[in-house]
Design a protein around this ligand. Structure first.
Ligand code: PMP
Length: 359
């Protein structure tokens, strides 16, 4: 840290993104990207005509993109906020609604690591609430109306989802607080809470194009909520970066909505590959949480989490390992194509066999 940096950040531990190594070609199962490319419509939309307009700023109101999202989700434009990835929206949420005194926040202790980073970045009073032993959320911990709530549904890295009724019970129990439901992985089999946003003024549902819509590289996230909450987020956006969606991402985002069927079908393929992989891993002696996401959270009885991660990496397969003690025996494995999963399974089988022979 240089002597110039604000000392309030001296203890801040920044978020560590999944590795993106370039030393060799990996089977990349570590950052929950889609194995499928964007739709033909998206590829056609990002054309030289659009590139030739890059001398001009994009529409700061993002009207056409918001309208496309609003029509797909059956809400109004005023209920939609768009930004540079859903991380950006989480950032705005912490900035807009949380602080060190009257607006504390709580979230599960095992969840998306960025919640804690944002809370610390803004000096917010936060509580990381332990999960049950089986990694499920204890609903009773979120019923006190004493803090904003952030919950990933399905949760990451466990993939375990809450039912819509459970999400609604949290929203109802916290009328004086904002409840943010992070639905980055909802399209892979969980129930979305978007339908509740016209009923409750304190619910924000955050979604992303990065997973089910194959656009992690375009950086596009959106939130759906009551118009007043959206206006609050807009205020923060116009106070930080009014042109938060670039022209190419804007046209790609609109085209992706038009090709929704393509993405729904890809999600089906990912779900099938997930169930197939889970079955095989369980047969190999893995313990696996019931994932409704595009990743599998798995622990072997025969090999440690870190060791398996390193052995897979050596053999050209990247998965995500977290050093956090409570989950260090697990790996989070992104569900790719059936071909990628077969490669993973075969490699795991080899590693376990080799290990067995060396005992
Ligand atoms: N929420 C969760 C739970 C995630 O795992 C991720 C992906 N790292 C994000 C939000 C952010 O996704 P993006 O910024 O690519 O939309």
């Amino acid at each position: 840290m240089s002597k110039y940096m604000n000392s309030r950040f001296s203890g801040l531990e920044a978020y560590t993104p999944g590795e993106q190594p370039t030393d060799m070609q990996y089977v990349k199962l570590n950052t929950n990207e889609s194995p499928y490319p964007p739709s033909d419509g998206v590829i056609a939309a990002v054309n030289s005509e659009e590139v030739s307009k890059l001398n001009l700023y994009p529409d700061p109101t993002c009207k056409a993109l918001k309208d496309a999202i609003a029509s797909l989700y059956g809400v109004k434009r005023e209920n939609v906020f768009v930004s540079n990835g859903s991380d950006d929206i989480l950032n705005f949420f912490f900035m807009a609604f949380c602080d060190e005194r009257e607006h504390p926040v709580k979230f599960p202790s095992i969840s998306y690591g960025f919640y804690r980073v944002y809370a610390e970045l803004y000096g917010v009073d936060y509580k990381a609430v332990p999960l049950n032993e089986d990694f499920t959320i204890n609903l009773a911990d979120y019923m006190a109306n004493d803090a904003n709530v952030v919950i990933a549904n399905p949760n990451a890295p466990t993939g375990i989802a809450l039912s819509l009724d459970d999400v609604e019970s949290i929203v109802v129990a916290n009328p004086e607080r904002v409840v943010l439901v992070d639905e980055a992985y909802v399209d892979f089999g969980a129930e979305s809470a978007v339908s509740l946003t016209n009923k409750y003024k304190n619910l924000i549902v955050v979604c992303t194009y990065s997973k089910s819509r194959s656009m992690a590289g375009a950086r596009l996230g959106f939130a759906i909520a009551d118009a007043e909450l959206i206006a609050d987020l807009e205020k923060i956006k116009y106070s930080t970066n009014p042109y938060n969606i670039n022209r190419l991402t804007m046209v790609a985002g609109i085209a992706a909505i038009k090709d929704n069927d393509y993405y729904v079908n890809n999600c089906k393929k990912v779900i099938e590959a997930r169930e197939y992989t889970v079955k095989k891993l369980v047969n190999m002696g893995f313990e696996v949480t019931p994932s409704k996401a595009n990743f599998i959270f798995a622990k072997s009885k025969d090999i440690g989490g870190k060791e398996l991660y390193l052995e897979l990496k050596k053999r050209g397969i990247l998965v995500r390992h977290f050093d956090t003690p409570a989950i260090c025996e697990y790996n989070r494995i992104t569900v790719g194509s059936r071909e990628q999963m077969d490669k993973l399974l075969l490699t795991v089988e080899h590693i376990l066999k080799e290990k067995g022979e060396n005992i």
